[in-house]
Ligand binder design. Structure first.
Ligand SMILES: NC(=O)c1ccc[n+]([C@@H]2O[C@H](COP(=O)([O-])OP(=O)(O)OC[C@H]3O[C@@H](n4cnc5c(N)ncnc54)[C@H](OP(=O)(O)O)[C@@H]3O)[C@@H](O)[C@H]2O)c1
Length: 308
């Protein structure tokens, strides 16, 4: 099979388009011919070596945290999937990733793709969708909550807006000025352009803030929460927890390969209640260029999806 692989941490150029032996489905596994895989901030941060304090990545490494395609064989002790099923898969952080034409994964790391979704759309909903579902459940969003979603034009932020809106929350979000209409179209009630305005001077008494940025954005977010409010953060730039000082709860949303979370997102999309956001597609061979674009902050309005 063709795959993207790197042997050392470094710039995007360490990634090579190579030939590798086809994987084989072991007991409890399915073999999937991949058609698509999403490119996430985690992928480039891991490749660049920024996460070396958290993970020792076995080399050589095939990147990618998710993928979508068709089941081509099933191992012993599987029962749920058949050859020909269209599935979305979660690839472990340290296992072979989705930047490849084939992958063998445990059956409990896959869900069927609803008919309504293309494989590309399903992939845009896989890693980003897991992060979204887990963050929203960590925050316990309910109808009527005033919620601020940072980076609403990003892949996770766009799904957070949609899910919080669906749950009946009143959603404010931050984005660049040219993305205002886009985030309002996803269901935000208010868009605050971070290149023109300071959200911390506009909002107050929020019940929940979703912080996908860390750093200065995290720090300013305390000011817009009501006392007893909840600041839920995903791993990005470093944060300083000032919860006690501001009398707010501060919780990290711990994103795991939770199949039931992924299934819930697929069910919502199948019902037309969430729309996966695909910023653009690129061929697998251009993975290095996709990483460069993401690192430069040149992509918004959803995921880059690699196609095979
Ligand atoms: N396991 C975890 O904890 C976990 C899981 C998923 C994601 N994350 C983190 O969450 C972050 C977002 O992930 P993603 O996949 O959604 O990334 P993404 O699709 O690359 O989105 C990044 C977005 O950030 C926005 N942005 C940049 N500077 C901003 C600012 N000062 N204020 C508000 N928005 C700003 C940009 O919006 P504009 O285009 O409008 O400028 C861009 O659309 C990343 O840092 C990622 O590492 C962590």
């Amino acid at each position: 099979m063709k795959a993207i692989q790197y042997n050392e941490h470094g710039p995007a150029e360490v990634m090579r388009y190579v030939d590798l032996p086809d994987p084989v489905a072991g007991p409890g596994q399915i073999l999937v011919r991949l058609e698509a895989a999403s490119v996430t901030p985690f992928d480039w941060k891991l490749r660049a070596g920024h996460l070396r304090n958290h993970f020792t990545l076995p080399m050589p490494s095939v990147p990618g945290r998710d993928g979508g395609g068709t089941v081509v064989s099933v191992g012993e002790a599987t029962g749920e999937f058949s050859i020909g099923d269209r599935v979305a898969i979660m690839a472990g952080a340290l296992a072979q990733g989705g930047y490849a034409e084939m992958i063998a994964v445990d059956e409990n790391h896959a869900v069927k793709i609803p008919e309504r979704l293309s494989t590309t759309e399903a992939v845009a909903l896989t890693n980003a969708g897991l992060s979204t579902w887990i963050a929203v459940n960590t925050a316990e969003v309910k109808s009527g909550d005033k919620v601020l979603v940072h980076s609403g034009a990003g892949a996770v932020g766009g799904l957070l807006i949609q899910l919080c809106h669906h749950l009946g929350a009143k959603v404010s979000t931050t984005c660049r000025s040219h993305n205002r209409d886009y985030v309002l179209g996803l269901g935000a009630d208010r868009a605050i352009a971070y290149d023109e305005e300071d959200f911390s001077e506009i909002l107050q008494d929020q019940d929940i803030v979703f912080d996908l940025m860390g750093g200065a954005v995290h720090d300013k977010s305390y000011r817009v929460l009501k006392k007893g409010g909840h600041l839920v953060w995903l791993v990005a730039d470093q944060i300083v927890d000032r919860g006690e000082e501001f009398d707010v709860r501060v919780t990290r949303a711990v994103v795991t390969d939770d199949r039931s979370a992924l299934q819930s997102m697929m069910d919502l999309a199948a019902a037309g209640l969430l729309k996966p956001q695909v910023a653009r597609t690129m061929p697998l061979s251009q993975a290095a260029e996709a990483h460069r674009l993401l690192e430069q902050g040149a992509i918004s309005r959803g995921r880059i999806v690699l196609t095979m």
